[in-house]
Unconditional design. Structure first.
Length: 213
């Protein structure tokens, strides 16, 4: 499990948070979870294409100065990417609220999501280790400001494109804050934050008609 306890990065946060939000692009029910997992699989395919064609994950901020093939391990793909995607989509299924604004065309929603996803991925690279500056040699920085900007980015996305989004936003805050704390590893802290979110959502009193998101 070396990929789970491997330092402090922002990527475990995005691998839970973004699939959680994407479930709301499907109407409701457990099919929304399967829908989000299909999106996760597509994202993994895009990453493979980037590695094969560009030699690095060029859309990530910490790959700016990377010019070598640094492909993810099987552990990373299975636990941190697909595994966290399952957690995020399942958390959305357990969360009340969060609906796309009908005043915005569905395909416009997708275009906005793609733009937000690219920007979020890029900002995730500005994390605890300085890999974007060739002069800093990967030392730890004082604070991962990319995480803060990403919270603001997702909050703005919620405000303009979603309605009844409070509890999804709570999940974003709890997971993002937990994943930013430099204790044990970011992946473990994200698991802790996600567990807290499940507890918060499942302990809330839910009317019968709200059992499905």
């Amino acid at each position: 499990m070396s990929c789970v306890i491997n330092g402090f990065y922002s990527y475990p946060i995005s691998h839970v948070v973004l699939p959680m939000i994407v479930t709301r692009y499907y109407d409701s029910g457990f099919n929304s979870v399967l829908f989000a997992l299909s999106a996760v699989a597509l994202w993994e395919f895009i990453e493979v294409v980037l590695i094969e064609t560009a030699g690095s994950y060029v859309i990530f901020g910490d790959s700016i100065n990377e010019d070598v093939n640094n492909q993810e391990t099987l552990c990373n793909v299975s636990f941190l990417d697909i595994g966290n995607g399952i957690l995020g989509a399942s958390l959305a299924y357990a969360t009340i609220g969060g609906k796309l604004k009908q005043s915005i065309n569905y395909w416009v929603h997708w275009i906005i999501f793609i733009l937000v996803g690219i920007l979020y991925s890029f900002l995730s690279g500005f994390s605890w280790y300085c890999a974007w500056d060739p002069d800093c040699n990967g030392e730890m920085v004082d604070f991962p400001w990319g995480n803060v900007v990403n919270i603001i980015l997702l909050s703005a996305w919620f405000y303009f494109c979603f309605e009844n989004v409070f509890w999804l936003w709570v999940n974003v805050i709890l997971i993002s804050v937990a994943g930013t704390i430099p204790l044990i590893s970011s992946a473990v802290m994200v698991y802790i934050g996600t567990t807290i979110c499940f507890a918060v959502q499942l302990l809330r009193k839910r009317p019968e008609y709200e059992l499905l998101p």
